[in-house]
Structures are given as structure tokens and as C-alpha cells.
Design a protein around this ligand. Structure first.
Ligand SMILES: Nc1ncnc2c1ncn2[C@@H]1O[C@H](COP(=O)(O)OP(=O)(O)O)[C@@H](O)[C@H]1O
Ligand SMILES: [Mg+2]
Length: 246
């Protein structure tokens, strides 16, 4: 079966700076993958390159969605094909309210339906400009709510739990689970996490560890996470260690 997302031997640069090297990653329909890595290892750059956000450009290899090359397409064309992303630090959209975006997407029902679960009371929230003056936690919850309006098939999450207070972590995790289960076509996801929180909410199928712009390990996500907790991000995983941690 063709992978939903196939990243084949990809290098990514921002301007003259090469950030990612020889990335290979395959995500099949219905799969959730988790991406771990120290700060600065290249995780956000990888998501940006998949989504097509400047200044990140694929300089070698290719990115395919359902077998179609997308790394040459602008971001709106990728979004039309089913890519959507919850940003780590999204820009504010002055003059565009939450309600206006929902209306433009024909998704005001979805906005009403999902806002409460994420504790974003629409009475006030609908009239606010997107991400303008939102608290850190509101930004993160809004980025998830936005995906309910867009209904992408491949969901990208950049540290969805960071800055979210403890009382809202469960609702963010539950919302990600609900997004993954929605839609007619099976959905796939790629989540960047520092804390591993998502492992409690989603049956993650695979995990990957990035270091210095490369994927250095892939495997069972909980096992990788335990390895990171004990040994850090860059310690090698030998067959003996992997067995001991199973
Ligand atoms: N716009 C940019 N121009 C040049 N270098 C960048 C840019 N954005 C990120 N980088 C660099 O790329 C590396 C990876 O960053 P990033 O993908 O944000 O890492 P992570 O998300 O894993 O913390 C870092 O060294 C960072 O400084
Ligand atoms: Mg990042």
C-alpha cells in the first residue's frame, strides 16, 4: 500500500543554512507517529517543510502525499490536499476573527461543537482576532480547535502540550484523539512532544528521535520515550538495551 506521507531522502534548508539531512519517513493511512528530540534538533523545521512554510525549502529528495509530489506545491495547495498543522508559535492574524475564519471555512457548526470541550467559551472567543493577545494555553487550544474547522487528513502537531496548563492537558489529548478518529478517510498524524504526554491519549504506532537534523532512531514510541528519559536524546540504542527496556 502507498504511504499517505512519504518523505524520501530529504534535505531542508532555511536560506543558506542546511538544517535537515537525509530524512526518510513513511506514515501510512491511520497511523500516528511521535517525534522526539532536543531543542534545536530540527523537529519544527521538518513539520514546516512538510507543510511548505517559508523559509524552509526542500533542496534534495522529495515529499509525497498519496503518491503525489507536494514539496513543489505552495502551502495552500498542500492544505487543499489534506495537510493541516497546529503551530508551536503561530503568528497573530490581526483583523481576522475566530468566527470569520470558521465562516470562511463553512465550519461554524464545528466551531460551536468543539469549543466547549477545549474550554474556549465562544461568547467572547468567537469575536477575538486569531492568536492576538491569546494566552499561551489559549493559543495551543485554538490551534487544535482550528484543525476541527479544517478537518485535515494528515495532522501535524508541534508541541501541542507546551504552555498548556495541567487542567487542560487532558482536553488537548482527547481532542487530538478525536481529530484522528474523524473523517471518512483514515487520518494520520505526526506529533512533536517533549513530555510524551500524547502517549497516554493516542495509540501511537511509531516514534522517531531527531538529533542534529537527522532521524537517529525509529521504533516503538513508548520504548523510545523510556530510553530518552533514562539516557537522553542522543545515546545509542543497541539491540541489548532495546531488549532490556522492552
Ligand atoms: N529561519 C531559520 N533560519 C536559519 N536557521 C533556522 C531557522 N529556523 C530554525 N533554524 C535553525 O534550525 C535548527 C533547528 O531548529 P528547529 O527546527 O526549530 O528545532 P526544534 O523544533 O527541534 O527545536 C536550529 O539550529 C535553529 O536555530
Ligand atoms: Mg520546535
Amino acid at each position: 500500500m502507498t504511504a499517505l506521507l512519504h518523505i524520501h531522502d530529504v534535505d531542508v534548508s532555511a536560506g543558506d543554512t542546511r538544517i535537515l539531512h537525509g530524512i526518510d519517513l513513511e506514515i501510512r493511512a491511520g497511523e500516528m507517529h511521535v517525534l522526539f528530540g532536543a531543542n534545536g534538533s530540527g523537529k519544527s523545521s521538518l513539520l514546516a517543510a512538510i507543510m511548505g512554510l517559508p523559509p524552509f525549502a526542500v533542496t534534495r529528495g522529495e515529499i509525497l502525499l498519496r503518491g503525489e509530489r507536494i514539496d513543489i506545491l505552495p502551502v495552500d495547495e498542500r492544505a487543499k490536499r489534506g495537510l493541516g498543522m497546529a503551530f508551536q508559535r503561530p503568528p497573530a492574524l490581526d483583523g481576522v476573527t475566530v468566527q470569520a475564519l470558521a465562516d470562511a471555512l463553512g465550519a461554524s457548526e464545528a466551531l460551536k461543537r468543539e469549543a466547549d470541550a477545549l474550554d474556549l467559551g465562544l461568547g467572547v472567543f468567537a469575536g477575538r482576532d486569531i492568536n492576538a493577545g491569546f494566552s499561551g494555553g489559549e493559543v495551543k487550544r485554538w490551534e487544535i480547535l482550528k484543525l476541527f474547522l479544517q478537518q485535515p487528513t494528515l495532522l501535524l502537531f508541534d508541541e501541542p502540550e507546551s504552555g498548556v496548563d495541567l487542567e487542560h492537558i487532558a482536553s488537548v489529548g482527547a481532542a487530538i484523539g478525536k481529530l484522528m478518529r474523524g473523517g471518512r478517510e483514515p487520518r494520520s498524524g505526526l506529533v512533536i512532544t517533549h513530555t510524551g504526554f500524547i502517549l497516554d491519549y493516542i495509540a501511537a504506532d511509531a516514534g522517531h528521535i531527531m538529533a542534529d537534523g537527522r532521524i537517529i532512531h525509529s521504533g516503538e514510541p513508548r520504548q523510545l520515550f523510556r530510553h530518552i528519559q533514562r539516557n537522553g536524546y542522543t545515546a545509542p540504542i543497541g539491540p541489548a538495551q532495546a531488549a532490556a527496556q522492552a
